[in-house]
Structures are given as C-alpha cells and as structure tokens.
Design a binder for this molecule. Sequence first.
Ligand SMILES: Nc1nc2c(ncn2[C@@H]2O[C@H](COP(=O)(O)OP(=O)(O)OP(=O)(O)O)[C@@H](O)[C@H]2O)c(=O)[nH]1
Ligand SMILES: [Mg+2]
Length: 326
Amino acid sequence: MMKKTKTTPGASKEDVAAPVAPKRRRKKKAPPSKSGTVAIIGRPNVGKSTLLNILVKFRLSAISPRPQTTRHKILGVLTGEGYQIAFLDTPGVPYKTSHALDRLLVMRSLDAVLEADLAVLVVEPKLPADIERRLIDELQRLNKPSILAINKIDVVKKAELLPIMQEYSRLYPFLEIFPLSALQLDDVEALLDMVVKHLPEGPPLFEPDELTDRPERFLAGEMIREQVFNVCKQEVPYAVAVEIDTFEEQSAEYRGKDYIRAVLYVEKDSQKAILIGRSGEMLKKIGAQARQEIETLLGRPVYLETWVKVYPKWRKDKAFLQRIGY
Ligand SMILES: Nc1nc2c(ncn2[C@@H]2O[C@H](COP(=O)(O)OP(=O)(O)OP(=O)(O)O)[C@@H](O)[C@H]2O)c(=O)[nH]1
Ligand SMILES: [Mg+2]
C-alpha cells in the first residue's frame, strides 16, 4: 500500500517520461503557431484602413479619400495557417491637434503602438516630415520592432523611391522597408508574409472565426459615417458624430427587417442644413448607401432611419465624446 501510494504520483521513471515524449513529438509535427498584435500607424490618409480591410478580407474600417476618416482604434483579427494576427487600425496622427477629439485620436494611435508586438508604419512615397519623425521617435522610445510600408507607389516613379527608402533607413532600424500599393493584392499579401515572419510565437488569442471586438451596432455607425465622408464634400463630415440609438434585430414592426435608428450630430445649424441637403437629398443619399453597406455586413435586410441633431461644440465636450464611444 505504502509503496503504491509512493510510486503512483509520477515518481517512477516511466510515469515521468510518458507525458514528455509525446509532447516533443507533437511539437515537431505541428507548424509553429505565431500570434501577435500589429499596430498600423501613420499620418492621416496614407491608406491604413484600406490595408486593414484588405488584410482581414472584410470591410471593417471606414475608408474615404479625405484625411482623418478613422476615429477609433479598430481591431481586425486574421487567422491563417499557423498564425493569428490582431491588427489595430488607428486614427491618422494629424499635424496639429485642435480639440479634445484630435487629442483623443492621437492617444488611440500611441496606445496601439504600446500594446503591439509589431508596428507597421504606413507612409506616403515622400521624404519623412514632422509627423513621421514624431512617430519614429515613439517607436524608438519603445524600441518597437517595426516594418515601414511605403504605400501608394502607383502614384510615383520608381526612381523617386530610393532616396526615400534611404532616408527612412537612416532614421530607424526597420525590420523591413517595403514599397507597395494597397490597391495591389499581391503587394498586400507580400506585406502579410513579412508581418507573419516577424510575429512572435504563441498561441492564438481569439477564436478562429472572431473578426473584431466591435459590436454590429458600432460597425453600422461607422458605415454611416463613411458615407457622410463620401457623399458630403464640404468640411461638414469632420463635425459629424453618429450614434445608433436603436438597433432592433428582425423587428416585427418593420416586417422582419432590422430596425436601426441613427442620430447624426453636427455642431451648428448651418451644418445641419448642408447635411440634410435641398429637400433632404443629401441625407437620403447617405442613408441609402449606408443601408446597402449595413445589409451586406449583417446579411439581413435593414430599415435605416437617420436624424440630424445639433450639439454645439461636441468635439470639445469630453463627456459627450465618452457617451458616444470615443
Ligand atoms: N492611389 C492609391 N490610393 C490609395 C492606396 N491606398 C489607399 N488609397 C486611397 O487613399 C485614401 C485614404 O485611404 P484610407 O485607407 O482611408 O487612409 P487612412 O490612412 O486610413 O486615413 P485616416 O483614417 O484618415 O487616417 C482612399 O481614397 C484610398 O482609396 C494606394 O496604394 N494607391
Ligand atoms: Mg483610416
């Protein structure tokens, strides 16, 4: 009896060796599992959100031809063969921060760098300017492994790239300096390979089918904001915040459609008038395009109602910013 109890809890040679041997064998067979967080940072309008969406193969982040479209840190998870990457799209870091909202956006971007295993600094095919130098200082301070993605090379001559690449390599020991066009799928795939190569080893942190931590309600609000940027050509989109105040899935009242009520906040009456447009044309167009996008996202028919409200100086109002999720 005594002997048995003494030997049973793994004291015998066989008992100790048994769990170790198969573990070693398993490790050799399975592909190394790589996993990590990758922050996509850079000045506004360089194509960060375009890259994120193509990388995760999903229209997750709002894209527009105008700077400062992204206002949140947006997580997009990509699970592939032997790896999982948690990409963080970030608001473009502006030249100047003029109100509380801008300062919040810069903080988001720096937060993302802080929590990332790897940073992808996205730049235009131009020599580094103040914003890039500031971001590189941040990478330096954190000693962050980083890849430089020189995007939009479709708009420059090849010969112009060399001095740009040289200048950047002088500023920071980037793991890779990669000129690309986010509009070329091959380029984005090559960038993905580089990211995977430099990802630390570790187990995945998300379920394989998990795409983002944001609820549908948030994504719907972003799609409306994206259409505001696409449809309304003035400065008004910068003064617009979207709050989804009702989201009723398969509402009986709306014949089984999802009922979504969105409030579009602006700062002034004049902006409200522009956003609504002559006999409501502008708002109608925004609503119709956003509804289509949201239907694609949800895979269900949607009844979208939009309202415009004036909330003076909301971009400076910290309590309001917090309430609507900034
Ligand atoms: N020509 C060209 N245009 C691109 C490329 N990548 C992105 N764009 C365009 O650049 C514009 C800005 O793209 P976004 O992805 O919204 O840029 P962003 O860096 O996320 O901008 P913010 O959210 O404002 O910081 C859009 O009109 C894109 O279609 C590229 O490789 N070549
Ligand atoms: Mg963006």
